[in-house]
Design a binder for this molecule. Sequence first.
Ligand code: NAP
Length: 324
Amino acid sequence: MIETRKLGQGEVRVGAMALGAMAFAGWYDTRDDEGGVRAIQRALDAGITLIDTAEVYGNGKSEELVGRAVRDRRDRAVVATKASRGSPAYLREAVDRSLKHLGLDHIDLYYLHRVDAEVPIEDSVGAMAEMVKAGKVRAIGLSEAGPKTIQRAHAVHPIAALQTEYSLLQRDPERDLFPVTRSLGITFVAYSPLHRGLLTGTIRAPEDLAAGDWRAQVPRFQGANLAANVARLAPLDAMAAKKGVAMSSVALAWILRKGDDLVPLVGMGRPENVERNLEAFRVTLDDADVAALDAAFPIGCAAGLRYPESMTSSLGREAPPAGG
Ligand SMILES: NC(=O)c1ccc[n+]([C@@H]2O[C@H](COP(=O)([O-])OP(=O)(O)OC[C@H]3O[C@@H](n4cnc5c(N)ncnc54)[C@H](OP(=O)(O)O)[C@@H]3O)[C@@H](O)[C@H]2O)c1
């Protein structure tokens, strides 16, 4: 069994690596549903207990498959899903839809997927707190929220987890988010910790993405940006070779070394990637290794935007003022 982390301020503990079930949406090249179910079950058996989905991942399809995968392992699974919008009326309907897709009687961690530009965060979290009282939800999370919004939300109801992108190529949260999550006891769930596959070394040119792969729309995966980002991987590759492990394992081990409040949330749509990523727990990075990686991947080092420009306004968003 792998090491564990406390989830937020409560007594619940989760494996120090989480599994993301976004692959079921088919946005990247993976669409093998049965392989995905086996991946979740293999993960749970290995102690990867936090299983992450969202209603928007295939319009309930990912939630349905997660529900199926965890059914006979429910006591071990900490199931997280997300609501797309923040109005109380929307949230009240969304949670019931998600419970139905999942086929479960409660959600362990319910996130607001994006801070709603139209809704004060107090209203969104107030509605989510009602779900906790009703027993539909055990804990509340936010995703891609700005620092002030996290503080406002936490004043309404304890926020157990912030889910935001974090990896060697995306270290901005260290500057503005870690100080807030750490001061409030909020677990930082680091999504896309392999930078959507880039840190595995398997994507080196645009042709490495299958036709229709969503990542082709992400500036960091395009043309000169992709070439620059791939060139930057050399020190990671060298460290992996020195340790005799995969690049991806070093990238994940680096996150594990950044603090016991962090949980890398890895997209694993197939069991063999669960097996590969467990190697991260066997990699020993000493202080000098971590310092060398920090120096090779400074904040802001990646070339290009991390999302298509049309999607960036919702990232790290601050909610409108209460009563405004
Ligand atoms: N809150 C948000 O807005 C948000 C946004 C994006 C993602 N997420 C969550 O974070 C999770 C992970 O993010 P992500 O999938 O974007 O990025 P990621 O975890 O950085 O990368 C996942 C990709 O790498 C592949 N992979 C995983 N381990 C590998 C290994 N050892 N060797 C080679 N390839 C490997 C996966 O393939 P297979 O799938 O084929 O195994 C998948 O294509 C998602 O599933 C989702 O739950 C949340």
